[in-house]
Design a protein around this ligand. Structure first.
Ligand SMILES: [Zn+2]
Length: 465
């Protein structure tokens, strides 16, 4: 129980909150190290269950940060619980802006970039599950790995097995403690364009009430990519999404095959569409445009939306940063996926710093488990975590740790239309949770980014409603 000393932070008494003290080597958020050594006082309201049954992660219904200071400077208090992590830095939980949880059952797979993207896509098409039960299981497995990796919110891509849109991934994600958006993915180009539009329109009408309700995981829409969705269908879905207030996402400027197809209507992507019987001479490609220029009408249609369109990858930018900035697009950069597909070999270094410089909101994603290294997503420390994306950039580019934390927390929240404030440690405010990450280096945050251990979710707010 708490005492009644006048300096005691406003606590628990009568509110149902417990007072928790957490002692650590340091506390940091996107602003850098806030205290070192550090202690936090938290007002914690328990939820229905103290741990998530899926991942074992400790959960609370609400978490308020009552005080944050050096251990000897905290106001007088009598905690209900003391947690010690003397070797760890405490950071906010993470936002993964681009994941494909329904591919989790495939697991990490090797890939020879020289074989090209279409060979990889064929492998995924072959292994994608198509029963409701199997899809739900794969999404739950992915959610478990996200939670183990310290994730509080996700932008998940809900695939359409055999071209049939499914609400199962969205409904499944709503059963977990995660927040975010489940973007329903669709294809529609050439001979499949009209059918895709009809199917989507029917789905949006049939499930209008469920879609309109307020969920911690919102329903969103994802036209797959410029080389698989007609620009007219992009513009139609932009209108429907605006009418219904739904967030939008797409892949953009990801592969050399996409860039060749949009510019010259040729190459492996053209052959794939012909092989699938989808190619039609009316397809709007072959005018020498970069995919970003090609999508410009769609991006401009959506420029007044909040959040703006979330585009994944942008491995090749050309001179088009101003189009993305002008349309208030967010970019989900998936560093390890870009490396897996050897994007740098084709396009040079990823332009995330140029995008940031142009004022674009750049956040982090993992893409699917298929492209992640087995050492982080298989075995006892298995996880899917943008912390490992931050570490990859820190080691490769010496990206400042504070910027990496911003990209992996508040920038991702903004991209998904979530309040970014709980992903910073503001005294007096609600927070989304706390992760403990072991750090041995002289600079605590450089230790977080330079190491490889899994983050420990000390406590996450349960956002399931
Ligand atoms: Zn993707």
């Amino acid at each position: 129980m708490t005492d009644t000393h006048p300096n005691t932070p406003e606590t628990p008494a009568g509110t149902g909150e417990s007072l928790v003290r957490l002692n650590a080597r340091a506390v940091a958020d996107e602003r850098g190290v806030l205290a070192r050594p550090a202690s936090l006082l938290l007002g914690v309201t328990p939820g229905a269950s103290p741990r998530d049954p899926l991942s074992g992660v400790p959960l609370a219904r609400t978490i308020r940060l009552l005080a944050l200071d050096s251990p000897e400077s905290l106001p007088e208090h009598t905690p209900d619980l003391v947690i010690d992590r003397p070797d760890c830095v405490i950071i906010p939980p993470l936002v993964n802006a681009h994941a494909h949880l329904d591919l989790t059952h495939i697991g990490p797979r090797p890939h020879d970039p020289a074989a090209g993207f279409v060979a990889w896509v064929d492998q995924i098409r072959d292994k994608r599950r198509d029963t409701d039960r199997e899809i739900a299981q794969s999404v739950l497995d992915g959610a478990r790995l996200l939670l183990r990796g310290g994730t509080a919110a996700v932008g998940d891509i809900a695939g359409a097995p055999a071209g049939i849109p499914s609400l199962i991934p969205w409904r499944t994600l709503r059963q977990t403690p995660l927040a975010g958006v489940s973007y329903l993915e669709f294809f529609g180009i050439g001979s499949t364009e009209a059918r895709a539009r009809d199917r989507l329109d029917r789905l949006l009408h049939e499930h209008a009430q469920e879609i309109a309700r307020d969920h911690a995981v919102r329903f969103g829409l994802q036209p797959h990519a410029p080389n698989t969705v007609a620009i007219a269908l992009y513009r139609w879905i932009a209108r429907r999404a605006a009418e219904l207030g739904l967030p939008l996402s797409t892949h953009l400027s990801e592969t050399p095959e996409e860039i060749e197809f949009i510019a010259s209507a040729s190459g492996p992507q053209r052959e794939l569409l012909e092989r699938l019987g989808v190619w039609a001479d009316s397809i709007d490609a072959g005018h020498g445009l970069h995919p970003i220029e090609h999508l410009r009408p769609f991006l401009e249609d959506t420029s007044g939306r909040d959040p703006g369109v979330l585009v994944a990858h942008v491995n090749a930018l050309g001179s088009h940063a101003s189009i993305l900035a002008g349309a208030r697009v967010s970019v989900a950069y998936c560093p390890r996926a870009s490396a897996y597909f050897a994007a740098e070999r084709h396009f040079g270094p990823h332009p995330y710093r140029e995008l940031l410089g142009a004022g674009v909101n750049v956040c982090l994603g993992t893409d699917s488990i298929v492209n992640l290294p087995p050492e982080t997503c298989v075995g006892p420390d298995a996880r899917i975590s943008v912390l490992d994306e931050m570490r990859f950039l820190f080691k490769r580019d010496a990206t400042p740790p504070g910027l990496l934390l911003a990209m992996g927390t508040t920038c991702g929240a903004r991209a998904l239309g979530i309040d970014p404030a709980p992903f910073r440690f503001e005294v007096g405010a609600a927070i989304a949770g706390l992760l403990a990450v072991r750090s041995d280096a002289p600079d605590p945050l450089e230790g977080v980014m330079g190491a490889g251990a899994a983050p420990e979710p000390v406590l996450l707010r349960n956002l399931a409603r």
